[in-house]
Design a protein around this ligand. Sequence first.
Ligand code: SAM
Ligand code: SF4
Length: 326
Amino acid sequence: MITDSFGRIHNYLRISLTDNCNLRCFYCMPDEQYSFAPASKLMQPDEIETLAKIFVAQGVNKIRLTGGEPLVRKDAPSIIERLTELKIKLAITTNGVRINEMLPQIIAANFSQINISLDTLQAEKFRTITHRDHFERVRANIDLLLTNNIIPKINVVIMKDLNDNEIHDFIEWTKDTPIQVRFIEFMPFSGNRWTSNQVYTLHDILTEVSRKYQFMPVPGDKNDTAKHYQPEGHKGSFAVISTMSEPFCDTCNRMRLTADGKLKNCLFSREETDLLTPLRQGEEVLPLILDTIRKKAKELGGQFSGAFDHLDPSDIENRSMITIGG
Ligand code: SAM
Ligand code: SF4
């Protein structure tokens, strides 16, 4: 078991396959001039498999693939195939742009969960957020999954004066479709020009939903980051990930491996531990893993607390979201 100094057992690993992406969401990768890591710096399929097996031998039972956009990697199908051999739940978070090109492999992977990020139901706003024109494709790919009996969760980063006026549209979508819409509070990362007054909180979201819908809280799993709600009479449901206004660090079981093979013990950790170089040099990496998690801070990487009103994002030392793996 991988345990930190607060007794939290860590059995969930998120692996970023790449820092590259076919979208340019301004809150994730703000600078178009950003240069992606060269292929030689990225973990190769056999290295990902080797590291994943080390974590699984220590009790990890869930791995989520993320990025950047995990499905832009040409060898993503082969990485996915290798990881399906492990006795774990395998999940993926994707922007959905390439799902139609990889449907057979996605079906074969039998993912325990597929999360698709879609912050707006309006084509023009999609372009403003992502700087690309792929709204229709992502929307069609969600339907493609549904027709293949794969029910995705939809990740929506909610920001004041950007898409908070679409909350009812997203809830309406759950009326006859069994999706779960997950509203995510806007988080600060290096270079994303975060300000506290753009954060639309859990409280704001519930207030807005209750103006039109009746809903009940639904209990979640022990390590859930999301708070779940069931609108009355809807086939689908919604949830809120309240990292900023109500962090959930007490039950955190997550570790993150960046595409260049660095282990982060928290999304907001300042420090990271290189696992790839020692692995390539034939050195043991397990002691590095155990030591990194042992040093995990109590909450939010030790960099801020739940009171975010006066938070200055320049005080937080971290990578940009696209290079961490969300
Ligand atoms: N490209 C994939 C995607 O968009 O789903 C996977 C990587 S992306 C970094 C993972 C998740 O992080 C997405 O749902 C995205 O919306 C979310 N995200 C990125 N930057 C964020 C931020 N500043 N605050 C909150 N969520 C963010
Ligand atoms: Fe790409 Fe996902 Fe970041 Fe958008 S949120 S830029 S799709 S990695």
